[in-house]
Design a protein around this ligand. Structure first.
Ligand SMILES: *Cc1c(COP(=O)(O)O)cnc(C)c1O
Length: 963
């Protein structure tokens, strides 16, 4: 009897929760005893202020198993109708090469890595990103490229920002956008201009030169498909000392002259059609290139070539001091999370196909466009333009009949311009598709033969690309694009790069504030289902019912979890969420006649994106001090709020603070701000310490972004993608982003967009949806509690060896802690950098270094790490402390010890020379656990200064490979 379990017990749906949460029940009880508490509840009571504890449990449903979740989601996904998309406008069907699909997009070695802040253990993705930059430079014809931006439209907005910074037309305050730029780009750039206080002029491309402007944006080819020589337009803009920006279609650039060669100062666009699914809008990587002269103004990250200690070529993020973390409100852009995984996919697509393969794909696309045009013209159909690459615009009075016929056949055209419709052919288009297009437009029985027209076009040639614009230079000549065209070679190249990178499938990545938790396989499965992957973001809503259901459920759950009233899923990163939230605050004040409220209070401990975003919203930043315990200095806050009261717009505050504690005064802070008429923006990056236990809405905040790529399990992809939805209280809801092509219900019609697609990176929302479904209300709360248990256990153990900088009530921390290395540095000369690099020899990625306090490490274990892994990390830290002590005692000199020589590569320890004060074996295997799971960094410590002095941001010349 006592052994017999009921069916109910056998079916207990705890399956996924116990897989997501790392520690076993026994490990939990061991950690609790170390912490001298008798239950998780007791620890939570000691840690989280009673005043902010949720009274009601979450209502996101009960935990469901992986099998149930995927089977339900499949039924939802199948409500999407995957039509053939000829919509174009920046999004095209593509064939994801299977070798890339499985070994990159579906491979945790690639998708669970973090931004390459530790370059010695990130050479693989750095090489791939350098390929991306090299590809960008070749195709755009410019000097300097960045390693991806969020989407084409935000890249265009960044181009406007760059233009304003570098243009010598200092008095001009207007930016010109040609009226044949993609609609969503005009929308996003206009939103951005409104915030900066720039005027936007939309007009015929030829009119740019007639305005007093600091920059202009052209689309090449235009959104309706025309291919025109923009050389004179560019020169006209430049004659006014303004900056000429060109948004280009990446595939067309294989055949068209590079915009840089036509004189453009900035060239940008989407790399989506290079093997990244449309995914109902994203995520995809945008490329961005400019002139070398503007390198200090470039937004986003740049990968550069430098040397390691032994003189080998080694890659790292160049000019990191330009990053928003350091430059805050002086940053070029608020961009932090970018689109690394998707940039890597696009780069691999180019590596796999090579210049010849890509050209063939582009030529085939263009040939189909020629055939379609020739057939239509033969039947008297009027085309709007006489030139094209892949897009034909038909002028028609029977537009709606034809669209109806298309829909009946499962085909979508672009229909959002009056009196015309457009057809973009793609890599996936076939001969049969062209016949079908003839059937739709001409009616069956038209008598046209694709083969016959093809022969005709081949015999007579085509003038659809003007002769002056035919590309005549070589592209992608570097060996990386000419070596891996068989699947075997490609597979091995991908694997070789993957093996150089430390990801979550090797060991814990305890980066504080980044929440590197489990990205469960079951959560990842749906993103490559065709029902999710192959929808165009501007397809009619009735074809996207599956997405709408999934997005609707996720929306409602996030409302419940955050304690807000509405959520927008449009922003593509946390920083974009900040920006969208600040816009909502600004519009709200304006709606009440308070347009003058423009001061944003930001505690000194804030993440760099906070001031960078406030600057983008043209707010005046006033910094609030922190006290010696790391909390907001309440008297300073009161004084500053008093001082700016009339003009107070908002405060941006992170909770728990970036110092890793639950500030007791948070409610009081909200009250003070509200009393002065301000709004509270709570940075939600630390939601992993709130979900199910408290919530921003409950605490009294008005708006927050969430990082779905932190708390809600979207993997970091090596530095992106991300999703940064914002939650708002009802009074701010009308001011959330809308979209000019697809109306987003619940927001004001006039609101501009902050992303190119109405639902941002919709294709990765199933990850967070699945996480919430499988955890349920109870599991989500447990995850938060276990994140707190793990962090406190780690803090408790490390505090025996290192000072912990800040603690909250009862000496507890929230979900992360800051270890202070400054006292040891004082005594030994060993820096936090040395410790970070030495951790690589122990097989670990360093925690967050010198944020938010210089000379410290911020450690966040998350709920997904088991006690065993946490203990291994502690063992490494303690062993490193012992090494530092040997330097202090003089046993090792400051010049000759394993810390300053870290990390050690195989080449280093196996080299013929060895004159170190420690032995070779100890260098590589300092504790026994390392030998069981050795990770070898592939380069030694990298010289950042050398790389910045000798900036090289494309694949190094072949000669350097020969040396
Ligand atoms: C990660 C983070 C951000 C920025 O989020 P992104 O998605 O990288 O743009 C902002 N604030 C804090 C505290 C963060 O940890």
């Amino acid at each position: 009897m006592s052994n017999a379990k009921s069916l109910e017990q056998l079916e207990q749906k705890q399956d996924f929760i116990r897989r997501h949460i790392g520690p076993s029940p026994e490990q939990v009880s061991d950690m609790l005893s170390a912490l001298e508490v008798s239950s998780v509840q007791e620890l939570i009571d000691q840690t989280v202020p009673a005043s902010i504890r949720l009274e009601q449990p979450l209502t996101v449903g009960q935990s469901r198993t992986e099998v149930e979740t995927l089977s339900y989601l499949k039924s939802v996904a199948s409500k999407n109708k995957v039509f053939k998309s000829y919509i174009g406008q920046g999004y095209h069907p593509t064939h994801v090469p299977h070798v890339i699909l499985r070994n990159v997009l579906e491979n945790p070695g690639w998708y669970t890595a973090y931004t390459p802040y530790q370059p010695e253990i990130a050479q693989g993705r750095l090489e791939s990103l350098l390929n991306f930059q090299t590809m960008t430079l070749d195709l755009t014809g410019l000097d300097l490229a960045s390693a991806s931006l969020l989407d084409e439209s935000t890249a265009a907005a960044e181009a406007m920002g760059l233009a304003k910074r570098v243009s010598k037309a200092k008095k001009a305050n207007a930016f010109f956008i040609a009226d044949d730029v993609h609609t969503q780009t005009i929308d996003v750039v206009t939103t951005r201009a409104e915030q900066f206080g720039f005027e936007i002029i939309v007009g015929k491309a030829e009119d740019a030169v007639n305005h007093d402007i600091f920059g202009a944006l052209f689309q090449y080819p235009s959104t309706s498909g025309e291919v025109v020589d923009i050389t004179d337009l560019i020169a006209g803009v430049q004659s006014k000392k303004a900056i000429a920006c060109v948004a280009a279609d990446i595939m067309s650039l294989l055949l068209l002259k590079a915009p840089g060669k036509l004189g453009a100062d900035v060239v940008l666009g989407s790399a989506q059609r290079f093997g990244v699914p449309m995914g109902y809008g994203g995520p995809h990587a945008a490329f961005f290139a400019t002139r070398d002269a503007y390198k200090r103004s470039l937004p986003g990250r740049i990968i550069g070539v430098s040397k390691d200690r032994l003189g080998n070529d080694a890659l790292r993020m160049a000019m990191q001091t330009r990053e928003q973390h350091i430059r805050r409100d002086k940053a070029n852009s608020n961009i932090c999370t970018a689109q690394v995984l998707l940039a890597n996919m696009a780069a691999f697509y180019a590596v796999y196909h090579g210049p010849q393969g890509l050209k063939t794909i582009a030529q085939r696309i263009h040939r189909f466009a020629d055939i379609l045009a020739t057939g239509l013209k033969a039947k008297g159909i009027a085309l709007k333009h006489s030139t094209w690459f892949d897009t034909l615009t038909v002028v028609s009075d029977s537009k709606y009949d034809i669209i109806a016929r298309a829909i009946a056949k499962g085909v979508n055209f672009a229909t959002n311009h009056e009196g015309e419709y457009s057809i973009s052919v793609s890599e996936t288009t076939t001969r049969a598709d062209i016949t079908e297009l003839f059937d739709i437009i001409l009616g069956e029985g038209h008598g046209l033969s694709v083969d016959a027209i093809a022969a005709d076009v081949e015999a007579n040639g085509s003038e659809s690309i003007p002769a002056s614009l035919v590309r005549d230079d070589e592209v992608l000549t570097h060996p990386n694009f000419n070596s891996y065209h068989s699947e075997t070679d490609m597979l091995r190249y991908i694997k070789r790069l993957e093996s150089k990178d430390l990801s979550l499938n090797h060991s814990m990545i305890s980066l504080g504030s980044c929440t590197m938790k489990l990205n469960a396989t079951a959560e990842m499965i749906p993103i490559t289902w065709p029902e999710f992957a192959n929808l165009h973001p501007f397809c009619p809503l009735d074809q996207a019912q599956g997405y709408q259901i999934m997005i609707g459920e996720l929306h409602d759950w996030l409302v419940n979890i955050t304690g807000y009233d509405a959520v927008s899923l449009q922003p593509n990163s946390g920083a974009q969420g900040e920006y969208a939230g600040l816009i909502a605050i600004r519009k709200y004040h304006e709606s009440r006649g308070d347009a003058h409220r423009n001061v944003c209070l930001i505690p000194s401990s804030a993440h760099g994106t906070n001031p960078a975003s406030a600057q983008m919203a043209s707010m005046k930043i006033v910094v609030v001090n922190c006290d010696k315990n790391g909390n907001v200095d309440m008297s300073d806050l009161k004084a500053k709020a008093e001082e700016v009261s009339e003009n107070l717009s908002c405060i941006m505050i992170t909770y728990p603070s970036t110092h890793g504690v639950y500030e007791e005064t948070i409610r009081e802070i909200c009250d003070i701000i509200h009393e002065h008429g301000g709004q509270v923006y709570m940075d939600g990056a630390n939601m992993n310490a709130q979900v199910g236990v408290t919530s921003p809405g409950f605490i009294g905040s008005d708006v927050s972004h969430l990082n779905l790529h932190k708390t809600f399990c979207i993997p970091h992809g090596g530095g992106g993608p991300g999703v940064g939805p914002i939650g708002v209280k009802s009074h701010l809801a009308p001011f959330m982003p809308n979209h000019s092509v697809i109306n987003v219900p619940g927001t004001n019609i006039g609101n501009g967009a902050v992303s190119a697609a109405p639902y941002g990176s919709a294709a990765i929302l199933p990850i967070s949806w699945a996480y919430i479904t499988m955890m349920g209300s109870e599991g989500l709360k447990q995850a938060t509690e276990m994140a707190i248990v793990n962090a406190n256990y780690l803090t408790h153990e490390l505090s025996k060896h290192f000072p912990i900088l800040y603690r909250g009530r009862n000496n507890r921390v929230a979900h992360e802690c800051i270890v202070d290395l400054r006292p040891l540095k004082e005594l030994s000369g060993i820096t936090e950098m040395d410790v970070a690099k030495r951790l690589q020899d122990y097989g670990f990625h360093s925690p967050t270094m010198s944020f938010p306090v210089a000379g410290t490490l911020m450690i966040e274990p998350t709920e997904s790490e088991s006690k065993g892994e946490i203990d291994r990390f502690i063992e490494a830290m303690v062993s490193i402390k012992g090494e530092i002590e040997k330097v202090i005692s003089g046993e090792w000199s400051i010049e000759n010890n394993p810390l300053v020589f870290a990390p050690h590569t195989q080449g280093d320890v196996l080299g013929n020379e060895w004159d170190r004060a420690y032995d070779r074996f100890y260098a590589a295997f300092p504790v026994p656990a390392v030998a069981k799971n050795k990770f070898w960094p592939t380069v030694t410590r990298i010289d950042d200064v050398y790389g910045d002095r000798n900036l090289v941001c494309s694949c190094p010349a072949v000669e350097t490979y020969r040396d």
